[in-house]
Ligand binder design. Structure first.
Ligand SMILES: Nc1ncnc2c1ncn2[C@@H]1O[C@H](COP(=O)(O)OP(=O)(O)O)[C@@H](O)[C@H]1O
Ligand SMILES: N[C@@H](CCOP(=O)(O)O)C(=O)O
Length: 321
């Protein structure tokens, strides 16, 4: 359960007094998530999510995330809409943390997605990229290739205690990725963390996207590579080519990939897998004492990397030649 900061009744009442969202009916910590402290907020006017921003979220990036959700909602994308207080502010302070209230989205995430879920995800990802094209703010991806070596340095000494051989494999992946990381691909706003827990469905229809706190300005095809990693592999590393084909086809039904993006797909997928292996590894080795959180397993992405190292082209990821 991700609740790093406990919120007292008095602190909550004081915080909510700035908002015109009715009177509080219920308030509960949310079990899912690993980054921030999240709470369900139910008032006489409706349901909301209260987020207290923790550890990896930098305060100076919050206007980008809040502004982006407002921008995407205004363009009809189903994503959380920040709620402004009576003074017009979408960001406040609660229990010493930056905090915001956003609209509650209906729907549930799928634990075992199928081809049609992946196709719907692909469409939604391309629609997000299109809706973000005229968003005026820029945020560099601070978890891209130049961040991976410093992240690894925090965990290198203990990596082999998590999985034998992990340190050597990571050193070799880093060398390859740093030498061949693609530059100048079509870029714009990307979500950068569109895992199954961040995509809601009602029945078979995709109903919303959440968790924009890794969103940044980077290559669109890197976002697709994140989704291929997140949606099309089992925890044991088994790859589902049919699901990957559905995801790419869904994406290209809205935004066809350029040839440079197609060529870059294998290295982008390898880099995305390394990025999640590394952040998970660092978190796995550094669970904050007393935090109600279950760290995610870095070995799942070590296994995906075995697939990516041998992939030759986009066809291996299900894209027709
Ligand atoms: N706008 C929202 N509408 C409905 N549920 C939400 C919303 N935002 C977050 N949640 C719930 O909170 C959980 C954790 O949110 P998330 O943003 O993924 O947290 P974290 O960034 O800490 O990983 C989600 O899995 C979902 O159940
Ligand atoms: N998706 C990342 C961790 C971030 O978690 P989220 O709950 O914010 O999606 C991973 O799986 O490593």
């Amino acid at each position: 359960m991700a609740v790093y900061t406990e919120v007292s009744d008095a602190a909550l009442a004081d915080f909510l007094s700035a908002y015109a969202i009715g009177s509080l009916l219920s308030f509960k910590g949310i079990a899912e998530g690993v980054e921030n402290s999240n709470f369900f907020l139910h008032t006489t006017q409706g349901s909301y999510i209260l987020t207290l921003y923790e550890k990896r979220v930098r305060e100076q990036d919050l206007p980008f995330f809040i502004g982006l959700m407002e921008h995407l909602s205004a363009r009809g994308l189903a994503c959380p809409q920040p709620v402004r207080d009576r003074a017009g502010q979408a960001l406040g302070q609660l229990c010493g943390r930056p905090a915001a209230i956003v609209s509650f989205l209906e729907g549930v995430s799928v634990k075992t997605p199928g081809v049609e879920h992946c196709r719907a995800l692909g469409r939604a990802l391309a629609e997000l990229h299109a809706a973000g094209r005229d968003f005026p703010m820029v945020r560099e991806n601070n978890l891209s290739v130049s961040a991976w070596r410093p992240l690894f340095a925090q965990a290198e000494d203990q990596a082999d205690s998590v999985e034998p051989g992990l340190a050597a494999r990571t050193r070799s992946d880093l060398a390859v990725l740093e030498a061949h990381w693609p530059r100048n691909l079509p870029s714009g706003v990307i979500h950068a963390d569109l895992f199954t827990d961040n995509v809601f469905f009602i029945g078979d229809a995709l109903s919303g996207l959440i968790d924009f706190y890794f969103a940044c300005t980077d290559a669109f095809a890197y976002d697709l590579a994140v989704c291929l990693n997140a949606w099309c592999f089992e925890a044991d590393g088994t790859f589902h080519r049919d699901m990957a084909a559905g995801l790419i086809a869904g994406y290209e039904a809205v935004r066809p990939l350029e040839s440079a993006e197609v060529a870059a797909l294998p290295i982008l997928c390898r880099g995305a897998a390394l990025r999640f292996m590394l952040t998970r590894l660092v978190d796995w080795l550094n669970v904050p004492p007393g935090a109600l959180v279950k760290p995610k397993d870095p070995r799942e992405f070590d296994r995906r990397l075995t697939f990516h190292r041998q992939a030759r082209d986009a066809w291996d990821y299900g894209r027709p030649r």
